[in-house]
Design a protein around this ligand. Structure first.
Ligand code: PAF
Length: 282
């Protein structure tokens, strides 16, 4: 496995593969890798000749400086895991390589970027749009892999690719969960054992919401059901619970009854903010 810190050298190395007709797949990450990331790497390996994983904690997508400061990192462990999973190339740039100067380009994703995460984390999707575009331009992959846990991010990236004509296939991979249902996230490392048990109620709440969608309840009924189950966990503070159309990502109104919905949730548990979702299709 090769590790590149410079975009120029990475690009040069990848040109060699591309010129011989080999497909390149990209898995962008912020490190602190878990089984969810490794699942993305495995899918990428199965579909491409060369798998590139980027590791970069992107400061412009953090609206909360404390969250950025506490974001877990462990590069040695990440490299060992990537090597073991069969990743071919790691792009691990330093800050000045990615941001030689403060960027002036801004990404505005309209309503798609202003709801849910965009509303609670102003500027977040501008930062995501910036770094993902940069990685797409440096790596120029045939395919790029993102987890469905960040469902709004996935919708934003699909829109970025459509609007800017990137010739990249975006592949969303289902969320990987602990046995108790807790969605894997690098932020889980900041939870105590008790908080982890309480956080597993999020999935229980989503499953109860799913049952309500299938019973043809209204969006209001679905959200009330989710809230009621979340109350079982005294440490969880919900930030939002919304149902969106899983294809357009438009918010479904309270009295809508929909057979296809993604129930999206953000909760705070102590200092840690977790997001999760469940896609229900008829
Ligand atoms: O999902 C993430 O880990 C990040 O938002 C991403 C896509 C790597 C961009 O920094």
């Amino acid at each position: 496995m090769k590790v590149f810190k410079e975009a120029r050298l990475l690009r040069k190395s990848l040109t060699k593969y591309r010129n011989t007709g080999h497909s390149v797949g990209l898995v962008p990450t912020m490190g602190s890798l878990h089984k969810g990331h490794l699942q993305l790497i495995e899918c990428c390996r199965n579909q491409n000749k060369v798998t590139v994983c980027s590791i970069f904690i992107n400061p412009t997508q953090f609206n909360n400086p404390a969250d950025l400061k506490k974001y877990p990192q462990n590069i040695e462990k990440d490299l060992t895991l990537l090597e073991r999973t069969g990743c071919d190339i790691v792009f691990y740039p330093e800050m000045k390589e990615v941001y030689p100067q403060p960027p002036v380009v801004q990404f505005d994703f309209g309503n798609l970027g202003n709801i849910l995460e965009g509303k609670f984390r102003p500027g977040h999707f501008n930062g995501v749009g910036f770094i993902v575009s940069k990685l797409f331009n440096i790596v120029a992959p045939s395919r790029a892999y993102f987890g469905e846990k960040d469902l709004q991010q996935l919708a934003i990236i699909r829109r970025l690719v459509t609007d800017l004509n990137y010739a990249i296939e975006i592949i969303g991979i289902p969320t990987v969960r602990e046995q108790n249902g807790l969605a894997l996230s690098s932020r889980n490392k900041r939870l105590t054992d008790d908080e982890k048990i309480q956080a597993s109620i999020i999935y229980k709440a989503l499953k109860a919401g799913e049952a309500m969608v299938r019973n043809k309840g209204s969006v209001g009924d679905v959200c009330n059901t989710v809230v009621a189950v979340l109350k079982e966990a005294t440490l969880l503070n919900p930030e939002y619970i919304e149902c969106v159309d899983p294809d357009s990502f438009e918010i479904l109104e309270k009295d809508d009854i929909s057979e296809n919905a993604a129930i999206c949730i953000a909760v705070k548990i102590g200092e840690v903010r977790l997001i999760d979702n469940l896609i229900v299709r008829s």
